[in-house]
Write a new protein. Structure first.
Length: 469
């Protein structure tokens, strides 16, 4: 069984949705299909929520007009008989407008009221519902047996609206009830990514990028043979193509490499995507919707040896560097434990850590409650902050077993002076903290060194061959 997840760029136009339909029909068996919202629909729905929360009803309703006009244009071009879903689309629009008008009325009555994450989830989930409606009907008009399953009937989560956590036991049970029988009888199942429901039945979302996570959860629950993530790049690339010229597709990644890349800024995969399928030993492939016969990346447990120990580069920012200094740290047993206990109490995740005799430095997200942390550490440590920084990371299994990798990286970065270097926390991550304005330049310099001209430098990476799947 194959689970096919299609991102928003794959569904943005009628021609792309036609390609998606062809890929689904061309599958050897009836797949479970997981959809993001079409194009930039989710961005517009978030903007709609913001406008409605501010009481700007005209702006909010104008955005709703744009969203449904775009959907209607795709329907008119894609479907032989658009009238078949006219009523259903109109009902979705009515539901969306009623919700927006309700938000606006609340804002008018109580200008100081805050738009809740619960209400925002209820609104933005309409994007995936539109996509499911359109693609399901197109498959039917191609003569295929298909059923659209509301993800809220399957993806049960907690009630942390906007960043809900899945309840995998409930998902397993509901998947076998609502999807398994259809797939067993050769019926294509189409459902929404990103969307779930809280224990009381209200709509939740898994956060930005959550469609990949939804697909992985369903794949694990169904015992799938492969999770295919269809997007607008030929697999995971050696660096961000918006920053680096001609990054190379990577034929194979280990789950650990993929997780590190996701955590340090690679945008193809949601950071939590692969864990449900990794737990089950199910491979993930990342493919280009419009170039299905092109290169792609396979992520699984099979061993791989990346030349120079580096599979890819990633970068993320802005972040803040915290340097905490205290003479009491010297020879003090348990000092670091007490220090980071405060981070845990304030729910502040830490990415990188380095220590010296009387100080410790770490990186946190730019929006972390720094002032609360400084107050909580008063008497334990003096805290200095360096803002507007970024992390640039080189990721690869066996990184530390490669000769001269640190030397080459430092030479390549010059004259950029890292604020912090992390090397040795595991065998696959070499990270540099640089100023935000140097982030792109640092990424390009490292990419030129490790993925540039392979004939000029010893230990340079060999050419990456396309995977045969």
């Amino acid at each position: 069984m194959i689970i096919m997840k299609f991102g928003g760029s794959s569904l943005a136009t009628a021609s792309r949705m036609q390609k998606v339909t062809e890929l689904i029909i061309g599958s050897e068996e009836a797949p479970c299909v997981v959809l993001s919202a079409m194009g930039d629909t989710t961005d517009k729905l978030f903007a709609t929520a913001e406008a409605a929360g501010d009481g700007r009803s005209a702006d909010a309703l104008l955005l709703i007009d744009e969203i449904f006009a775009t959907a209607q244009a795709v329907i008119d071009e894609l479907l032989e008989d658009p009238a078949q879903i006219t009523t259903a689309l109109a009902q979705l629009r009515t539901d969306t407008e009623l919700l927006v008008r309700g938000i606006c009325r609340t804002a008018d009555r109580a200008p100081d009221a805050t738009l809740t994450a619960r209400t925002t989830d209820a609104l933005v989930a309409h994007g995936e519902r539109i996509a499911t409606l359109v693609l399901s009907e197109h498959l039917r008009q191609q003569g295929k047996q298909v059923i659209a399953v509301d993800a809220r009937d399957v993806i049960r989560t907690n009630d942390a609206y906007g960043k809900a956590k899945p309840m995998r036991g409930h998902i397993l049970q509901r998947t076998h009830q609502n999807m398994g029988p259809h797939l067993a009888h050769g019926i294509i199942v189409v459902t929404q990514g990103f969307v779930g429901s809280a224990p009381d039945g209200t709509t939740t979302t898994l956060g930005r990028g959550g469609s990949d996570w939804s697909a992985a959860l369903l794949c694990a629950a169904l015992g799938g043979d492969e999770l295919q993530i269809w997007t607008d790049v030929e697999g995971v690339l050696t660096a961000d193509p918006r920053i680096v010229d001609e990054p190379q597709p990577i034929a194979h990644l280990s789950p650990d490499e993929a997780a590190e890349l996701a955590a340090f800024g690679a945008r193809v995969l949601h950071p939590s995507t692969i864990q449900p399928v990794v737990d089950k030993g199910i491979p993930v492939t990342v493919r280009h919707t419009m170039r299905p016969d092109g290169a792609f990346t396979r992520i699984d447990r099979e061993s791989t040896e990346n030349a120079a120990g580096i599979a890819a580069l990633a970068s993320r920012g802005p972040i803040t560097v915290l340097t905490m200094t205290s003479r009491r740290m010297l020879d003090a047993s348990g000092y670091l434990a007490r220090l980071f206990e405060v981070f845990g109490e304030l729910d502040i995740p830490v990415d990188l850590v380095t220590t010296a005799e009387v100080s410790v430095a770490c990186t946190v997200e730019a929006d972390a409650p720094i002032q609360r942390l400084i107050a909580a550490l008063d008497g334990h440590a003096h805290v200095e902050t360096t803002t507007d920084c970024a992390i640039v990371a080189a990721i690869g299994d066996g990184l530390q077993h490669t000769d001269r990798v640190l030397e080459r990286a430092c030479r390549a970065l010059y004259p950029i002076k890292p604020q912090m270097v992390s090397y040795g926390g595991n065998s696959r991550n070499l990270s540099f903290v640089v100023r935000s304005i140097e982030q792109d330049a640092a990424l390009r310099r490292l990419h030129d060194e490790f993925f540039g001209d392979t004939t000029s430098t010893p230990n340079a990476p060999a050419a990456i061959e396309e995977s045969n799947g």
